[in-house]
Write a protein that binds this ligand. Sequence first.
Ligand SMILES: [Zn+2]
Ligand SMILES: [Zn+2]
Length: 291
Amino acid sequence: MGLIGFALTVLAAYGLLRLLAKCAAWATGSRYRAFRRLAGRHGGRYETRGLADSPIVSFPHGEDLVRVGLAPASARRPGVTSTRVVVRFRRGIPFRLDLIPLVSQRPRPQTRGTQPILLGDREFDGAFAVQANDPEMARDFLAPATRWSLEGLQRLAPPGGLALAVSPERLLVQLDRDLSDDPDSLFAAVSETLTIYQGLREGVRKRVSEGVTLIEGDGPSEALEGPPICKVCGELADGVAIVVCVKCGAPHHRDCWEFVGWCSIYGCGGKIGRPPAPSALGTSGSFPPRS
Ligand SMILES: [Zn+2]
Ligand SMILES: [Zn+2]
């Protein structure tokens, strides 16, 4: 009995020390220091979201907006904290693409209207699963510079811990590693993402000059089929921290909604989210758009 009591005391003391260390990190501002430095480097905004939620850094890039933050741990992959970088387009592009390493633990993305893409490069085709709506644009986009940056991103993440997703309104890079205290790696992740963004702009410009245009209207219905999947992170959207778009009903993780800033269903553009029914919270529970 005495031994158990002793063990419990040691455990409690350990927990208290951990808590104190965390508080000290908060007080001295060393937590998320990579995010703070990133904001300073790009003249951007460091947005704190209270004690429970991690901060978001945002800065303009050309006419578009870059946002960097941590993704909440998913129920399917407990203990994995991811860093994500999103570039939000001011003007939509006629392109959808999902890319994950073949060894990834994530489910293969199955976006409607997309098909598997092979580049004819054995090394690349043997390493990544790619789905896109426009094979030619995908090949233009996945030019050598983009592929090098993808390799650079892979080196920053554990094996298979990379995901890239392009939709008409944003480019999203997710790395399964917490880079919030590692400025060098975070800067590298952002810089590789911006190179990929450049490749995307060029690939799209080329195809648009050939007459490909943005087709409207594969919108809201895609959200309502199958299990509720968060369109930002591709994970199952159930549980407590869920926001539903008032306009189209698409479910998002609250964190993902705040991260992107509006509904991520193409063609919806909804900017107000609310907790899912039947909570009947009305507008008091709504989340205003963030810019
Ligand atoms: Zn999500
Ligand atoms: Zn919506």
